[in-house]
Design a protein around this ligand. Structure first.
Ligand code: NAD
Length: 694
């Protein structure tokens, strides 16, 4: 297969990019475009050139398969190719369908004219990887469509429909179909009319009130970008397009691009991009593993989770049978789902018809008989093994053979749940996060006996409902909640040792978490943990020894919902207010335990909380609960608010240096009375000693 097909259509040479699936601009393609261009230029019979990806896709930009390989930087690079196309003395027309993203759009802007199909979308998404468009996009786009729209597009990274650009130099003609034919006809016309070549580099940027607009952009981007250097670099580079000659602007763009590539923020975002691509792959589940057809879903329990889970399927047109134990609970669940959709309608995200359509896909029921036809059931009932047993025994009786039986349990043993059925191979954990209709994470829990096609189906389904799906083995709390327990313990240890909840929250928020652990506790409600700890003590036959959070609960302080928890809240305001009552309670508790508080630095707060996650993550990796460190990062990024610019806990540890993490853990473990969990994981020690990363 030629990376670039060359065909003659009368006096027009058509260069068709040919690198499925999205015409990534890898080395072979770049070389092929130049070869095609040279051939066309050398042929006197050729009067014009069309560059296209065909009728499906123009180009998705850089070739991700080449990322990190020598080929990605090998000449000719993309700016070389673009310069050659633009410099051609025969007119070059881009014929664009589907995506033209990143380098793909930059390539098209190197052509002299552009014909686009109505389905085409244009975008420069580099900022989403902490970068700026590095192949002259920041200098060309403002010249093609004007300063303000170009800046908005580059700083947001969001793609736009081709039709948006009709009337600008970015789209010369928009067609409904057969874009290559249209581009050839367009090129023939150019030749017949002897229209002069138009190069974007020669256009002047349309920028009324440029200074005022740029100042406004700088101010707003500075606030919105929260310490990420990419967006501000985009603004400055676009500003150069107004102030500087084209070549100088391009030079500065390249320098800024190369320097952004070296930032930890961009490294983190590129790591996440690669992690998401890797997460769908498991060594023992080949890509051609058969998939079970999921046409209809059952959900057991219409509470907090059941309702949100249901919405995921309604949103993609899959009907859901929703089961409850009592009519009242069913009505409440349906009411919540409707309210969520009505809210989206109020915001203009859904039409009223769409709301009714989605609600119409639910079959509410109090009887298991309604599950006879479903292809997948997800159980979201109370977190008690006896209740799970009752539900799965019943599901095993009524569901048809081949139906996948899933549990949304947060902590319970999925193997045990599977053992309640005569078909453990059909049982799997599908652990959604609250609110399940919003949160992107889905932990897919693979039981000992889970069949490969069940796992493959769950992963495919995860993608369909637009989740980041990560596979976890069975253990207490799976990947995320197991790590969360250690993070919580580290934060609590800091309070006992002398830090205040507000110091801890602030330090972790400055690190990049949306909310520190004590604010999260108040938001989620402290009573849940209180009840669990009391139950566990009772089950273990031990006296209940309240910790500080329990003492808050004993005072009726359950968090935001009761107006006070770790903090105090004024009616209707979410902002936490530091409360002397809590401070006194903590002081008294420390005294009771004979602890003399010490001064704790913000660095120590971050070290303890982040390294607690890293250490447990390393154990999870070592035990094979997670297939790769980047899966653990995805869990923490998408389910627990770990800051994206740090790339996830495991990536962050690599950025800090694993030997540094091990040294700190050893220091914590050596303190008198330290929890044994501070002992560094053997895998972490081994990798640190070998100078390796995860
Ligand atoms: P919830 O109390 O809000 O809802 C549970 C619902 O199940 C209730 O409406 C109840 O009437 C119904 N129910 C109970 N027994 C039933 C039965 N035998 N048959 C049918 N319906 C029954 O609880 P939730 O927060 O939605 O949690 C449900 C499950 O999801 C639990 O296993 C929990 O650990 C897990 N989970 C919860 C969260 C969360 O943040 N709330 C997150 C992830 C997972």
């Amino acid at each position: 297969m030629n990376p670039v097909d060359y065909a003659l259509r009368g006096q027009v040479a058509v260069l068709t990019l040919n690198n499925p699936p999205v015409n990534g601009l890898g080395h072979a393609l770049r070389t092929g475009i130049l070869a095609g261009l040279d051939k066309a230029m050398a042929d006197d019979a050729v009067k014009a050139i069309v560059v296209t990806g065909g009728e499906q896709v123009f180009s998705g930009g850089a070739d991700v398969k080449e990322f990190g390989t020598p080929k990605s930087g090998m000449a000719p690079n993309l700016p070389d190719v673009i310069r050659a196309l633009e410099g051609a003395e025969k007119p070059v027309v881009a014929a664009m369908a589907g995506h033209a993203l990143g380098g793909g759009l930059e390539l098209a802007m190197g052509c002299h004219f552009r014909v686009a199909k109505t389905d085409a979308t244009f975008g420069l998404p580099e900022v989403k990887l902490g970068l700026l468009p590095g192949a002259t996009g920041t200098q060309r786009l403002p010249r093609a469509i004007g300063l303000e729209p170009a800046l908005n597009m580059i700083v947001s990274g969001n793609p736009q429909k081709a039709a948006t650009f009709v009337g600008t130099a970015l789209v010369d003609e928009l067609v409904d179909d057969k874009v290559v034919d249209a581009a050839v006809a367009f090129a023939e016309n150019l030749v017949a009319e002897q229209r002069p070549i138009r190069r974007i580099r020669d256009l002047k940027v349309n920028a009324p009130d440029a200074d005022a607009f740029l100042q406004f952009a700088r101010n707003s981007v500075k606030v919105a970008s929260k310490g990420m250097p990419g967006p501000m670099a985009c603004v400055e580079s676009v500003a150069d397009s107004v102030k500087l000659p084209f070549d100088e602007g391009c030079k500065r763009e390249r320098t800024a691009f190369l320097s952004l590539m070296q930032t930890p923020e961009s490294r983190a975002l590129r790591h996440i991009f690669a992690a998401e691509r890797a997460a769908g792959k498991l060594p023992d589940i080949p890509a051609d593993t058969p998939i079970r057809d999921i046409q209809k879903v059952g959900v057991v329990g219409a509470g907090t989770m059941g309702g949100g889970i249901t919405m995921n399927f309604l949103n993609i047109g899959i009907p859901v049978v929703l089961l409850e134990t009592a009519q009242e609970a069913l009505d409440r669940g349906l009411g919540t789902i409707r309210k969520n959709y009505e809210n989206s309608a109020k915001k203009g995200k859904l039409t009223q018809e769409q709301v009714e359509e989605r609600m119409g896909l639910i079959t509410p029921t109090l009887s298991y008989d309604a599950f006879k036809e479903v292809d997948l059931v997800i159980e979201a009932v109370f977190e008690k093994m006896e209740v799970k047993e009752a539900v799965f025994t019943k599901l095993d009786e009524v569901c048809k053979p081949g139906c996948i039986l899933a549990s949304n349990t947060s902590y319970l043993d999925v193997n045990k749940i599977a053992s309640f059925t005569k078909r453990p191979e059909d049982v799997i954990g599908l652990h959604f996060f609250s609110p399940a209709n919003v949160m992107r994470l889905l932990e897919i829990v693979r039981g000992e006996k889970t069949a490969k096609d069940v796992l493959a189906t769950a992963m495919k389904l995860g993608k369909k409902i637009k989740k980041v799906a990560v596979v976890s083995g069975v253990c207490d709390g799976f990947i995320g909640n197991r790590m969360l327990a250690l993070y919580g313990a580290a934060a609590y240890g800091l309070v006992l040792a002398g830090a205040s909840p507000q110091q801890i929250d602030k330090a972790l928020e400055t690190f990049g978490f949306a909310m520190g652990p004590y604010r999260v506790g108040d938001l989620a409600g402290l009573d849940i943990g209180w009840a669990t700890r009391k139950r566990k003590a009772e089950e273990a036959g031990k006296p209940f020894e309240p910790i500080i959070a329990d003492k808050l609960c004993e005072m009726g302080r359950f968090g935001q919902k009761t107006g006070a928890g770790w903090y105090r809240y004024e009616a209707g305001v979410r902002k936490p207010i530091v409360d002397p009552v809590t401070t006194e309670l903590i002081d008294a508790f420390r005294k009771e335990k004979g602890i003399t508080p010490r001064k704790i630095s913000d660095e120590e707060v971050i070290e303890r909380c982040a390294y607690a996650l890293v250490n447990e993550g390393a154990k999870i990796l070592e035990e094979g609960i997670a297939a790769r460190a980047s899966d653990i990062d995805l869990v923490y990024l998408n389910g627990y608010g770990f800051p994206a610019r740090r790339g996830g806990p495991m990536r962050y540890a690599e950025e800090v240096g694993l030997p540094n993490v091990v040294r700190a853990l050893r220091r914590f473990a050596a303190e008198p009375g330290a929890a044994p969990t501070w002992e560094p994981a053997p895998l972490l020690v081994k990798l640190a000693e070998e100078g390796k990363g995860f």
